[in-house]
Design a protein. Structure first.
Length: 466
């Protein structure tokens, strides 16, 4: 039979769920009732309503306005719905007040100060496409002074105390253990069946005996062509910065070049073997020459003051190799120094290349200027050199007032033989003096001045030779 309280809770849940879009919805009430030393036995009650894990209102019985909306949409519901949902909270407050009195009386706490009763109840449902709601689970539990008090299972319709809850949990744990035991038994049965099946298919004992017999046969022969002699291992130990922790070092011991394969190597700190779970091992691996190698590493702190040793035992050694490893800081410094040298070498090479390029560029620029000077001098057509004496050239004598031509056209016949014998070089052959007479001007059109160009003074001419 549905009580008014249950009907109201279901109504509020359906109403609230209609305002939310989604498949799954939840409604949860959280009540807290706190006792006071009062004659009226009316206690303060607060409540929070959560819809889909979001608070929609707050209730405080000691306030003039007990209920406060926390969502804007809740302010738009009808006055009757608001009144109904508020009356539900008032009813729950009276219920909790009575339950707290009963609980305090049961524990003898009626006059022993402040006590708290908590109540949490709600439900979760799934809404289908046609709007119908299916309740998936419910919660209804009480707590007193911070401890679980009792809870109601809505599915089984039974009350569960904390002791019963613990007993049920223990029973569930036993059931899980029994199920695990059954699983182990089933697995063992499967293994036995597999063993029996393989025993019928494969003669394992016979094959083991055959291998032993063949080993005895082959061991009688010398196999130096396929078997190396005993070779002792070369032992190396080095350190580098850890890739996982910058403040740590990775200490590595490498043994290589040993034969046969069996070898024992341990890392020790202060004469105590380091635990295997702290050591990373590569395992024994083959080399290309038929020997083997083994590498083991361990991370240590950079400022670790312990003494570390490597302990190696092999059939090729008359006694184990035990060496103290105390030079890893020097190894790190050497590596750092080598790195600095490499960087310095690269910088020097780069500077040399830059200087070489600059010098080449300077040489190219100087050669270009020299070539330009030569080409400019040649392109002047001898403007900077004196021309051969012709009838069209005048040479000014600064010692006389008049300018006399070096050769006149009237004396061309006299100079003809000299020109024929000299060819294109007028300076070769006898020099003919011009005839004395008045100074005559050169023919019209003759160049009286040298061609335009850079002003370079011509060499002095000795007129006494004419």
């Amino acid at each position: 039979m549905m009580t008014p309280v249950k009907g109201l809770v279901l109504f509020l849940m359906i109403y609230f769920l209609q305002a939310v879009i989604g498949d799954k919805h939840s409604l949860l009430y959280l009540y807290t009732m706190q006792s006071k030393n009062s004659d009226s036995h009316l206690y303060d009650c607060t409540a929070i309503t959560l819809l889909n894990d979001r608070q929609i209102d707050f209730y405080n019985s000691s306030s003039d306005k007990p209920r406060t909306a926390k969502q804007n949409w809740l302010k738009n519901i009808s006055e009757s719905d608001w009144k109904t949902s508020t009356e539900k909270l008032e009813y729950d407050r009276q219920l909790l007040n009575r339950l707290l009195d009963i609980q305090m009386s049961e524990f003898g706490h009626s006059n022993s100060g402040v006590h708290v009763l908590q109540w949490r109840h709600g439900c979760e449902g799934e809404q289908s496409s046609d709007g119908s709601l299916t309740v998936l689970n419910s919660i209804n539990e009480f707590g007193y002074d911070g401890e679980d008090l009792i809870q109601f299972n809505c599915t089984s319709k039974t009350w569960i105390t904390p002791e019963e809850k613990k007993n049920r949990e223990r029973e569930e744990e036993k059931n899980r253990e029994r199920e695990e035991e059954k699983n182990r038994e089933r697995e063992e049965e499967k293994n036995r069946e597999r063993e029996e099946k393989w025993s019928k298919m494969y003669p394992a004992v016979k094959k083991c005996d055959q291998c032993e017999e063949m080993l005895k046969i082959f061991s009688k022969y010398k196999t130096t062509d396929i078997t190396q002699s005993h070779t002792p291992p070369a032992v190396y130990m080095f350190a580098k910065k850890s890739v996982r922790e910058s403040r740590n070092l990775t200490l590595t011991c490498l043994i290589t070049g040993f034969y046969p394969k069996d070898v024992k190597m341990s890392l020790r700190g202060n004469s105590t073997s380091l635990p295997e779970h702290l050591i990373t091992s590569s395992g024994v691996r083959p080399n290309n020459d038929g020997t083997y190698q083994l590498r083991k590493s361990v991370e240590i702190q950079e400022d670790d003051s312990a003494d570390y040793y490597r302990h190696v035992s092999h059939s090729s050694l008359t006694e184990p190799v035990i060496k103290r490893w105390d030079d890893f800081p020097n190894e790190l410094y050497v590596g750092f120094f080598i790195g600095c040298l490499v960087v310095l070498g690269v910088l020097c090479a780069l500077c040399s290349v830059i200087l070489f390029v600059l010098r080449m560029k300077k040489c190219v620029d100087q050669g270009h200027l020299h070539k330009v000077h030569e080409l400019t001098t040649f392109s002047n057509g001898g403007r900077n050199r004196p021309s051969h004496p012709t009838s069209n050239v005048q040479i000014n004598d600064t010692n006389v007032d008049s300018t006399e031509p070096l050769l006149q056209h009237k004396g061309a016949e006299i100079a003809g033989d000299a020109e024929d014998s000299a060819g294109s070089h007028p300076h070769e052959g006898p020099v003919t003096h011009p005839p004395e007479g008045p100074v005559t001007n050169p023919p019209k059109g003759a160049a009286t001045h040298p061609p335009e160009g850079p002003a370079i003074s011509p060499p002095e001419v000795n007129f006494s030779s004419f």
